[in-house]
Design a protein around this ligand. Structure first.
Ligand code: PNS
Length: 167
């Protein structure tokens, strides 16, 4: 029984994340999508931890071996807690490499029994990120296909609310 973990902030989850989750789930018996609270990232997440988990749960409903859990500890501690022996991360352009390599090294130093593995993003999602999606959406640009439908609707709603808050 091989259980893996796909961690991230997922603010919000993108189609690129879902592609990595689907491909990781196909390689493992079980996959835990670990959603980090990340209160300090980029001035604080746009979506609450419950919203971020809910978006992923809905978008992965078709994957029977995937479950979604929030966490606010060291990643490797959470992996041990849920019995995951491998951390799976998506790797996009070369610019991801240094940060991911650093995190993998640090995680290995803390818990050498937990392996980190990478799945390459497909070309379509190579430059897709949660922050780019938020920026495009904030300026009223097109994000269809870049995020699951529920996220698309929530982004539109949240940005209308923030515009109303400013007027
Ligand atoms: O989506 P992100 O921001 O690339 O995800 C980063 C995340 C949440 C995986 C990373 O920040 C993390 O593992 N946070 C938990 C705290 C931790 O274990 N830090 C040490 C790893 S360097």
């Amino acid at each position: 029984m091989k259980r893996g973990m796909c961690p991230g902030t997922f603010d919000p989850v993108t189609s690129g994340h879902i592609d990595i989750i689907e491909r990781a789930a196909a390689l493992l018996d079980e996959l835990v999508v670990a959603v980090a609270l990340s209160p300090d990232k980029g001035g604080g997440p746009l979506f609450s931890i419950d919203e971020r988990c809910d978006f992923i749960e809905t978008a992965t409903e078709h994957l029977r071996n995937v479950w979604v859990r929030p966490f606010d500890t060291l990643l490797v501690e959470f992996a041990s807690e849920v019995g995951a022996s491998v951390i799976i991360k998506g790797l996009r352009a070369v610019t991801d490499f240094e940060r991911e390599f650093q995190m993998a090294q640090l995680n290995y130093r803390i818990s050498p029994d937990i392996e980190t593995m990478f799945i390459m993003a497909i070309p379509e999602y190579m430059y897709l990120s949660s922050s780019a999606v938020k920026e495009i959406a904030r300026h009223g640009g097109p994000v269809e296909g870049l995020v699951p439908q529920q996220v698309y609707d929530a982004l539109a709603e949240r940005l209308v609310e923030s515009r109303q808050g400013r007027t």
